[in-house]
Design a protein around this ligand. Structure first.
Ligand SMILES: [Zn+2]
Length: 314
């Protein structure tokens, strides 16, 4: 990535944003994008093992306190996950730094291969089956949720959100409205609209998970490829939020998505390319997303074979 001219990266991101604009508004609740920025590191580590003590979320080291923390399936106060995730939760600021910041020079850069499965645009009727597949595969994921009618506003979604936490996953912020014209009028980021939308989403999550919910991971609808993102990034960082794109995707946000689970797993692996040290894989749990649900088992199996451990973002 370092050798790629800025213009090339900018062009790729612009293309991603253009695609996103087309399909996301026209067709449904999904993001539509081509691959995000290329991975930071391509060297592969060896053995698969639990994250090192220095790796996971710093908030985890404080240890349980109070009654809520005693329940490993409840939200751990001050985080976006349960205490069960202490050993594999990583601050979004670090993940951001690994892929879009200092990259391999980051002091927290993982020593072993680490994959983050990410699901956008839920919770919906796809969420319970997504959770079931993750449980069967024995891995956690990070859910970037929609706070409004397409996600948390759905009748059963509050329960699904709690299930995400109870099963050891993390809950990150995607959007309340998922409206491109609102967030990026004239295709240029509006810091004011973005912060307002973000704050509303956090508030909707707190209504379900409690006021102790704190979060650092955030994904812009359509990704980070819009014009004039820097002021929005700064405003979001003041809120403690770090944007997370991806370096692999299973294609379920595009018009050319495979209709089978095997096809989507294959696409995620092929866009992952050279098996980077850190993999952030974009998928969706938008409504009726059966093929992605079916892709989880083969994808996780292949990633494990490649030596990846699995983390969540906090
Ligand atoms: Zn989305």
């Amino acid at each position: 990535m370092k050798t790629l001219p800025r213009a090339v990266r900018a062009a790729a991101l612009a293309t991603a944003a253009a695609l996103a604009l087309t399909a996301c508004q026209g067709g449904g609740s999904s993001d539509t994008q081509s691959s995000g920025p290329a991975p930071a590191g391509s060297s592969s580590a060896g053995a698969s093992a639990a994250p090192s003590a220095s790796g996971p979320d710093a908030t985890a080291s404080a240890g349980p306190s109070g009654d809520a923390a005693a329940d490993s399936t409840a939200l751990k106060p001050g985080t976006n996950r349960s205490a069960a995730a202490d050993g594999y939760a990583y601050p979004a600021k670090d993940v951001h730094d690994w892929l879009w910041g200092r990259k391999a020079k980051s002091p927290t850069y993982p020593k072993k291969k680490l994959a983050f499965l990410t699901f956008d645009d839920g919770p919906t009727n796809s969420t319970p089956r997504t959770l079931k597949e993750l449980k069967k595969a024995g891995v956690p994921a990070s859910f970037f949720i929609i706070g409004g009618d397409k996600g948390l506003g759905r009748p059963k979604s509050a329960g699904y959100l709690k299930d995400e936490i109870a099963q050891g996953n993390s809950v990150c912020i995607h959007s309340y409205t998922h409206s491109f014209p609102l967030l990026y009028p004239g295709r240029t980021a509006s810091p004011k609209a973005i912060v307002k939308d973000y704050t509303k989403t956090v508030s909707a999550v707190r209504d379900v998970l409690g006021e102790d919910y704190r979060v650092g991971c955030q994904r812009y609808p359509g990704g980070h490829g819009w014009n004039g993102m820097k002021p929005a990034d700064r405003a979001m960082q003041k809120k403690g939020a770090w944007w997370i794109d991806w370096n692999s995707e299973n294609g379920d946000g595009t018009d050319t998505a495979s209709s089978t689970g095997a096809g989507r797993a294959k696409q995620a692996l092929s866009t992952l390319g050279s098996n980077p040290r850190v993999a952030v894989i974009l998928m969706h749990d938008y409504k009726d997303n059966d093929a992605t649900i079916e892709s989880i088992a083969p994808l996780v199996k292949a990633l494990k074979k490649k030596g990846y451990d699995f983390g969540v973002m906090s």
